[in-house]
Design a binder for this molecule. Structure first.
Ligand SMILES: [Zn+2]
Length: 214
């Protein structure tokens, strides 16, 4: 796709010319959506502010009078139905769906699709994101990049690979105060999916994660 050959939608200032080279610059997305949509990923450990960042981007889209829809997997029912809640209790109503392909059924005639807790979706999520983006939709996907074992979580690595932009957020290590990228599980339970908050997980840096309970 050669953006330069198309006539500018808005007067080209020096800063806009510069912005054309940066796909993660939000101002560019308006232009990109005219051409073919996009996929943005916001990932990181627990307590890294992923959902807050998703809500921030969606609110900006709403202010721009774009039609926004938000989806979350039915598996994640920590906060009850129909609510996208971040840890600081900012919330936006979301539609819980059974699987990734259901998003396509619900997301007709929208400009922006937000997907929260994306790590709990099935392996069809990357294809669903591509279908939407190719239709001209801006897709914003938020989720945990790693599980408590430090392994890539569900469809997240595949979505990150096909994304236009990936933002990896870090929490603060509760042990030493350095930037944290791991979600350390505080309870003895080997299940991959164990819903919980501060009593179940804490953010840790690499060093403190490897130290474990010592
Ligand atoms: Zn640490």
């Amino acid at each position: 796709m050669n953006v330069k050959r198309l006539p500018p939608l808005i007067p080209a200032t020096e800063s806009l010319k510069k912005a054309n080279t940066l796909v993660f610059n939000e101002e560019v997305f308006k232009r990109k959506s005219e051409l073919g949509g996009s996929i943005e990923v916001v990932c990181g450990s627990m307590f890294s502010g992923k959902t807050e960042e998703l809500i921030r981007r969606l609110n900006r889209a709403r202010i721009a009078r774009l039609k926004v829809e938000i989806f979350s997997p039915k598996a994640d029912t920590r906060y009850g139905e129909n609510a996208l809640v971040s840890h600081n209790s900012n919330f936006i109503p979301s539609t819980p769906v059974e699987n990734a392909s259901s998003i396509l059924l619900f997301a007709s005639d929208v400009d922006v699709v937000g997907i929260d807790e994306a790590q709990f979706f099935d392996d069809e999520l990357p294809d669903v994101c591509n279908v939407l983006a190719n239709r001209g939709v801006r897709v914003i996907v938020a989720g945990l990049d790693m599980d408590f074992k430090g392994e890539p979580f569900g469809p997240m690595p595949a979505v990150m690979a096909i994304a236009d932009s990936v933002t990896k957020l870090q929490a603060v290590c509760v042990r030493c105060g350095n930037p944290a990228m791991y979600s350390y599980r505080l309870v003895a339970n080997d299940k991959k999916i164990l819903l919980g908050e501060k009593e179940t997980y804490e953010p840790r840096c690499r060093t403190c994660y490897l130290l474990g309970d010592r």
